[in-house]
Ligand binder design. Structure first.
Ligand code: PMT
Length: 399
């Protein structure tokens, strides 16, 4: 999404300025075109040479050089940007922009740009909670400026609290979101992800290899595209996508309860979770000790969550996944029809680059009208966007 996008990075004078190096590198890695403007105070923390080397572009900081470069490049920095990112944003510069003060190159450019502006505040905890700073941010937010809230933790001034620059993946995600068309606005997408764990004593359980990557990618992409997202996830080490409602669960029974009690608000349900079909019939309250050479465990069927949703689907669009190791298409089509889905995404575990834990997937999409679509290997974010495109097309057909 950042590919070929023009990103203007505005750096102000805070200790978090050193973290901007990594942000610029990540933008360049994603093939964005980056230009940097710095305040004089920012140069006390980090050098223009570092920024120039990383961004592969001249760094701007005073009005005079802007005028000179404007003549050469026939383009001002304000007009250059598809997205302007103020990082780190000090209380001082936030206050200036909120008050319409443009007394240096950075504030002038940020005032003049028509591009979306993303502000990433970083400052001392007391400054951040100061009502004047809060009011300035509320004012800017009401005017359409975008914010990435600072995190909570240890600050450079040796205090702990809210004020440290948000983590870099969160800032990158906010940049991607700012540049993505909001074509799923108005949809509420309920997504399940990850495995379920079915315990048989306090230390052991039956589960599977799902990492959650496929479901979390769907949640992140749907969020980027403007949908409201509820992510119901079995145990996963992935961080929940920012801005999504996140409901962690453990067992298939927990997942069923969470899904059914959140179904009303959903316009689309995507079931990417790998739900255990069976659970141990009894759960020992204490650790099962080693004893005989063999142990027989009785299992009982878990509820089929997607089949339950299919029965009370209403106007919702229901998308299932089929994870198969043989007869992919036949088995997927049977699930699609039997469980009243609108579309099923089939992946074959035996194909390299598909299924559990990989960053890629190879999918085939089956529709109710019999159509079958085969997609090449792609990373899971691109797979997610393709699935969301198809959901959008099906929704458009309905109207
Ligand atoms: O998480 P990753 O490591 O990224 O791996 C991704 C994935 C392989 C888990 C994912 O792409 C996938 O295929 N998810 C569905 C796995 C699965 O359970 O498939 P299934 O064919 O057993 O189930 C069919 C459908 O019924 C699925 O939508 C499933 O969520 C649903 N189901 C299954 C059993 C059950 N008791 N209730 C359900 O709702």
């Amino acid at each position: 999404m950042l590919k070929d996008k023009k990103i203007l990075i505005g750096i102000t004078g805070g200790i978090a300025a050193y973290k901007v190096c990594e942000i610029i590198r990540e933008c360049v890695r994603r093939d964005a075109i980056v230009k940097v403007v710095m305040t004089e105070h920012a140069k006390e923390f980090i050098t223009p040479l570092t920024m120039q080397t990383l961004s592969r572009n001249v760094v701007f900081s005073d009005m005079f050089s802007l005028i000179k470069d404007y003549d050469i490049a026939h383009i001002s920095l304000a007009e250059f940007a598809d997205l302007a990112v103020l990082v780190p944003a000090t209380a001082n510069v936030i206050g200036k922009i909120a008050s319409g003060i443009a007394d240096d190159l950075l504030t002038t450019v940020f005032m003049a740009t028509k591009a979306p502006v993303l502000i990433c505040p970083a400052m001392n905890v007391n400054m951040y909670s100061n009502p004047v700073v809060q009011q300035n941010m509320t004012k800017l937010s009401d005017l359409g400026y975008l914010f990435v809230d600072p995190g909570y933790g240890e600050l450079a001034c040796q205090t702990t609290g809210k004020g440290r620059l948000a983590e870099i993946p969160e800032i990158m995600e906010a940049m991607e979101t700012a540049l993505t068309d909001k074509d799923l606005c108005g949809e509420h997408i309920l997504i399940t992800a990850g495995p379920t764990q079915e315990p048989f004593d306090p230390v052991r359980f039956i589960s599977n290899h799902s990492s959650g990557k496929m479901g979390y990618a769907l949640a992140a992409m749907a969020k980027r595209r403007g949908a409201q997202v509820t992510l119901i996830s079995g145990p996963s080490s992935l961080p929940p996508p920012s801005g999504a409602e996140f409901i962690p669960v453990l067992t298939a029974l927990d997942m069923r309860d969470a899904v059914m009690s959140n179904l009303n608000k959903a316009t689309v349900v995507i079931k990417a979770a790998a739900v255990a079909d069976y659970r141990p019939i009894t759960v020992s309250p204490s650790k099962i000790k080693k004893g005989a050479d063999s142990l027989i465990m009785e299992l009982v069927r878990n509820p089929d969550i997607i089949a339950e949703i299919g029965k009370e689907k209403g106007n919702r669009l229901l998308v299932g996944f089929a994870m198969e190791s043989e007869n992919l298409i036949e088995n997927a089509r049977e699930k699609l029809e039997k469980k009243n889905m609108d579309m099923i995404v089939a992946n074959d575990l035996t194909q390299e680059g598909a299924g559990f834990q990989t960053d890629t997937n190879i999918i085939k999409i089956l529709y109710r009208n019999g159509r079958l679509e085969e997609l090449p290997i792609m990373n899971k974010k691109d797979v997610a966007n393709h699935i969301l495109d198809r959901i959008r097309a099906l929704k458009a057909e309905e109207h």
